[in-house]
Each structure stands twice: as C-alpha cells, then as structure tokens.
Ligand binder design. Sequence first.
Ligand SMILES: Cc1ncc(COP(=O)(O)O)c(C=O)c1O
Length: 233
Amino acid sequence: MQLEQKSLNAFLEAVKKLDDGFAALPEFSPSTYDETRLLDVLKATAERLHDNYPYFHPLYAGQMLKPPHPIARAAYALAMSINPNNHALDGGRASSAMEIEAIAALAKMFHWPQHLGHLSSGGTFANLEALWVAGQLVYTEDGTPKAIAASDQAHYTHSRISGVLGLPFISLPSDEHGRIEPNSGSIEVNSSHARLSVSPSRSFWRCPGDLAVQNCSQCTICLPGQNRFTRPH
Ligand SMILES: Cc1ncc(COP(=O)(O)O)c(C=O)c1O
C-alpha cells in the first residue's frame, strides 16, 4: 500500500464525535445524493489522478509537493463537515480561536514575544497581503511607494505581485550559496525610478511599470516616464 489510509477510520470516529455535539438540534434529513454515482465520480477522479508524479514517494525528489500529514488531512476534512471560516466570529467561532492559537505557536517558533497575524489560504495570497501591507507602510516624501527588494532567488510571486500592486521591485543578487550579496548597499527611490547601489561598479535601475531589472556595470539610466533603459556609454 503506497497511500496512507489508516487515518480514515479515525476520521469516521471523529465525524461521529462532531455530530454528537449537535444532537440537541431539531431533526432534519441531510440532502441526499446517489451513492453509486458518488463512488463512480470518486473512482473516475482517482483514475485521472494517476496522471501525476508520485509526490508521496520518498524516492521522488522532483518537486517540493508532499501530501499533508494524515492528521492535517483528516482535520481538514472534519472541518469541512461544517465548513466554518475565520473571517468573523459568527462564521467560525472555534476555528477563529484555533487560528489565534496557530499564529501564536508560529510566533513562538520564531521567538517573537509580540505578534499579529492571520492564516492565509496559500503562499501567493500570503505574499499579496504582506506586500500590500509593506506598500501601505512605506512611502517616500512625495508619496511614491518605496521599492520592494528581494533576493533574485525569491519566489516569482514577489516580483509579480509587486507589479500587480504597482510597487517598484528590485531583485537583489545572490551568491552561489543562495545568500543575498552582503554588500547590497543602499536603495534610493524617487518618483521616477528606484535605484539599488550594490557596489560602486554595479547598479540596478528599475522603472515603475516595467518588470525588467537591468544590471549595469557602468551607467544605466531609467528615463522618467519612458519605462525603458538606456546606456549612454
Ligand atoms: C515561497 C513561495 N511563495 C509562494 C508560493 C505560491 O504558493 P501557493 O501555491 O500556495 O499560492 C510558493 C509555492 O511553491 C512558494 O514556494
């Protein structure tokens, strides 16, 4: 057996336990479905899912995808029996409290005595929210957002979402060990462009509205409003 199945028994017990908690409610008939059809659909889905690489297998190293821990999978399916959210207390009292506990546990992992946060539905969304907050907090004197700087090995969502939010993005060079170059220097921004001085001989210029980042050894300028780079030398 390759795929984890034992936890499904525990899941069934947990659903019954969850059900017990609502026993005082007036009786009703849950909406029905065709059980044969349900099985057909699930089997057809399983068949389609064969067309995947075996992410679960210890010898598979091609992608960082892995199935969640059996507890996580079962707990998620259990919560789906009710489908609460964490958006507001009336939409999910227990799950909102769990979210606060989960955030506190994450903060503890990083040894942060003070924290504020919430869970997001995934990496893209988390980056969107974080970059939006950064964009709201950091403005130059003339009201232009400062640039977002990230390693050139950062996930592509950083540059892409910065583009969506209209935040200038600067890609910081990293060395062969994936570390941002220690002398990345200062970042200088005005209303027409952002400049990162990496060292006296290397500058990165970034035109607002253009995702390309230019690495120049001598003199690259960003022409205000033209979204392009020129090299006068
Ligand atoms: C660092 C990082 N950020 C964001 C994402 C995108 O995450 P999601 O697919 O959960 O939106 C990934 C996905 O691999 C990631 O590795």
